[in-house]
Design a protein around this ligand. Structure first.
Ligand SMILES: C[S@@+](CC[C@H](N)C(=O)[O-])C[C@H]1O[C@@H](n2cnc3c(N)ncnc32)[C@H](O)[C@@H]1O
Length: 251
């Protein structure tokens, strides 16, 4: 290969890289997130199900919803469906699990998982304006969202709308990752920030400055909204304080 060919190849590679970057800059954050989760669905699925400790956090979240057989539970931003077995088992074959996600790639993986669970219904839609109420005869009993609240522009409004969806006595549970506030493990926060930067969907310039700060802000807003709409029934931290589970009953 001549130097000219090599240069023109690297020019064209860097050209396509910068075109890629400017494409993701010009698309909306939700379009960028949908292609990100679609592209990485298989890898994400392995992490979502096999990361150390994640199974016990999912069990705890499903327990915190206090589901009874026959009830309907909605999962917002279900991803590849890692929570499906936990929810389906609790509502039983006479109940319903409605799972909502806007990324087609993760829903394809989740669809495979639903074969074992006929009570699970997949919905492609926006969790900030869930298209579920009109599909159901009655309000769902509970809403679960794991590792999702940090992706919403206005998490307080979204969580409050979920409280309206389930109504009084309905249950909400949020599970999220954020910097740890446990003084023993705070020295690990810089590593967490790197992890957030490399695993988050590419975002507009404003967010690239500090994705973790934005994530922390959004999670505080989401969990405060849950506290303001619910009587909190469950509050724990895991994974050295990086993971939080909070659940409550809508008042
Ligand atoms: C980090 S993954 C978490 C997936 C799953 N809840 C889990 O615990 O493995 C975030 C998921 O939320 C989805 N998501 C983010 N914002 C959404 C929105 N506004 N509406 C629907 N899905 C959304 C993404 O497509 C992605 O599948």
């Amino acid at each position: 290969m001549t130097a000219e060919q090599s240069n023109s190849r690297s020019r064209s590679r860097s050209g396509s890289r910068s075109r890629g970057r400017s494409r993701s800059r010009s698309r909306s954050p939700s379009a960028v997130a949908q292609s990100f989760y679609t592209r990485w669905a298989t890898l994400y699925d392995a992490l979502a199900r096999r990361a150390p400790g994640v199974g016990s956090v999912r069990t705890e979240a499903a327990d915190a919803l206090a589901l009874d057989p026959g009830e309907t539970v909605v999962e917002m931003g279900c991803g590849t469906g890692a929570n499906l077995p936990y929810l389906a088992e609790r509502v039983g074959p006479e109940g319903s699990v409605v799972v909502v996600d806007f990324s087609p790639g993760v829903l394809d993986v989740a669809r495979e998982r639903t074969r074992e669970f006929p009570q699970v219904h997949l919905v492609r839609g926006d969790a900030t304006r869930p298209p579920v109420a009109r599909d159901l005869d009655a309000s769902p009993a509970a809403v679960l969202a794991t590792f999702v609240s940090g992706m919403f522009d206005d998490p307080a409004a979204v969580i409050s709308s979920w409280a309206d969806l389930v109504g009084p006595d309905g249950r909400l549970c949020l599970v999220d990752l954020a910097e740890t506030t446990d003084s023993r493990w705070r020295p690990l926060n810089p590593a967490f920030r790197v992890l957030v930067r490399v695993t988050a969907p590419p975002e507009p310039r404003t967010m690239r400055a500090s994705p973790t700060k934005l994530l922390n802000r959004r999670l505080v807003a989401a969990h405060r909204a849950l506290e303001s709409r619910c009587r909190v029934t469950h509050e724990t931290t895991h994974a050295l304080g990086f993971a939080r589970v909070r659940a409550g009953v809508v008042e």
